[in-house]
Design a protein around this ligand. Sequence first.
Ligand code: CU
Length: 340
Amino acid sequence: MKNNMLCVAATLAFAANPLSINSAQADEHIHNHNAAPAPIGVMGDHVHEEGSLMFSYRYSNMKMAGNRSGTDSLTPAQTRAAGFMVAPLNMTMQMHMFGAMYGASEDLTLTAMLPYVHKSMNHETGGGMRFETSSEGLGDAKLGGIYNLYNNHNENLNLSFGVAIPTGSVDERDNTPAMANAKLPYPMQLGSGTFDPMLGITYTNSLQDFSYGVQAGTTQRLGKNSEGYRLGDEYNLTGWVATEINDVFGASLRLDGKKWGDISGSDSQLNPAMVPTARPDLRAGRRVDALIGLDIQPFDDKLLNGHRLALEFGVPLYQHLDGPQLESDYRLTLGWQYSF
Ligand SMILES: [Cu+2]
């Protein structure tokens, strides 16, 4: 069977019914019981057994506060002195992500994700006046697959591929002191507005007492959206170690590196002298986060078998931004998964 805990959890549910499983399979489940799944913030790391389904819900919250250029912090006054009327102060990004995975064959699992996004940003004008803008709605849906390239008893190499479909709005508006119903700047929009191909590769190894994995991925942007621009490409490299503390609890540590590019083209309804977030050439950056994760997976509980509750919390160790740009403070993901 495919070696990941969600599948193991799923088949353990069948193990509760003695008619549905033979003893050889049961032995393998017991053996795999000590392995630990990837942290909840990692996607596309595992495949499912043919015919098995998983539903998931993730709530994530990312907080950004203060401006930065390169690795240097800037005050709101310094941010405005770089050529803007308004300085962003902080931003909160919340996401409700609904996901489904289906084992279409022994090697191929199909995936679908739909996010609902809420963003809010606080600002300060040169006159010291503060105001908030917000946006809310569907983000970009993602459809794809995960193909198992290689697996032996403990090791897996999976190729993930997909496309982000522009279901998220790129025409979000709100009132500002300068204009009623103003077009909101790039980071306040809910989607990319383009079809974005995604590709990733994940290696995982589950040993008796712990598991580890490495994943590299990219999101590429093609063409221009309806507003006349496309977001920068993204590259991601992450690695983790996870362990089972006991039959119910698990823990993980992860490093997550990201690099993303500037915007090509521009939205003609945005004034680049108003605020740094309206500048297409002040979007790029790179960042390394350290994350700690906690897992609850009640394998031995007949009622809760197949369920996983997990959280992951991370702070940046390093960030270098084409600024002034808001800097990341922390990110939190809380997730529930159910496989059967
Ligand atoms: Cu899954």
